[in-house]
Design a protein around this ligand. Structure first.
Ligand SMILES: *[C@@H]1O[C@H](CO)[C@@H](O)[C@H](O)[C@H]1NC(C)=O
Ligand SMILES: *[C@@H]1O[C@H](CO)[C@@H](O)[C@H](O)[C@H]1NC(C)=O
Ligand SMILES: *[C@@H]1O[C@H](CO)[C@@H](O)[C@H](O)[C@H]1NC(C)=O
Length: 184
């Protein structure tokens, strides 16, 4: 037991020494020159299904029943929506859009979107981008900021352009095309 602890201590000390050698900064901070940035364009479709037995987005909060807001102001949805390569729900899955969206507009339909696009295809499997912004969902084209990312998308910033491809007004089910450009 004691021997294992000692081995661990030696390993972590060697690690700290190497790390310290690689910088000329304080013990707790270091500065590295950044790699050159890349620009990546991603195009996929988002399937937001509210109806049926297996909805991909569910309402998790709403204002009291006497609030008759025409814009559903105050309603919040939690989504785990499939992302696919094409508009057909059976086309190749490329990831999931997991997060919340809610109605944040009193006089217009304006959603606040806080979503992680978690990719599962190819080299992007395991990498995420985070979207946070205003989505006036009835406009034909909406632009929203990409505020960060993980994996291959570390330090990501950019924008998403969303265009509704198909909408069932009765149920709210929608297929939305996303065209995302990120610098990372
Ligand atoms: C940019 O892309 C190149 C080639 O794919 C890669 O080697 C490099 O690590 C990328 N840089 C960043 C900062 O992601
Ligand atoms: C993505 O990565 C996970 C975990 O490493 C793996 O289980 C899965 O099969 C991968 N998916 C694809 C489509 O490559
Ligand atoms: C997607 O966005 C890129 C970058 O803004 C643009 O060049 C491209 O034409 C767009 N594609 C579509 C289908 O809108």
């Amino acid at each position: 037991m004691a021997k294992e602890t000692l081995v661990l201590m030696v390993i972590s000390l060697v690690g700290v020494m190497q790390w310290a050698k690689s910088t000329n900064a304080e013990s707790w901070a270091s500065r590295l020159e950044a790699e050159k940035e890349n620009v990546t364009n991603l195009q996929f479709y988002f399937h937001d299904i509210l109806s049926g037995k297996n909805p991909t987005a569910i309402k998790v909060a709403q204002p009291s029943a006497d609030n008759k807001s025409p814009t559903l102001f105050g309603s919040i949805m939690m989504a785990d929506d499939p992302l696919t390569e094409g508009p057909d729900p059976n086309s190749k899955p490329v990831g999931r859009a997991q997060g919340i969206y809610g109605s944040a507009g009193q006089n217009e339909l304006a959603l606040i979107m806080a979503m992680n696009f978690a990719f599962t295809d190819g080299i992007y499997n395991g990498s995420c981008i985070s979207l946070l912004g205003k989505n006036p969902a009835m406009n034909p084209v909406r632009e929203m900021p990409i505020v960060g990312g993980t994996g291959l998308f570390r330090f990501a910033r950019g924008y998403a352009v969303a265009q509704t491809y198909w909408l069932d007004l009765a149920t709210g089910d929608a297929i939305v095309g996303y065209n995302v450009t990120v610098v990372h």
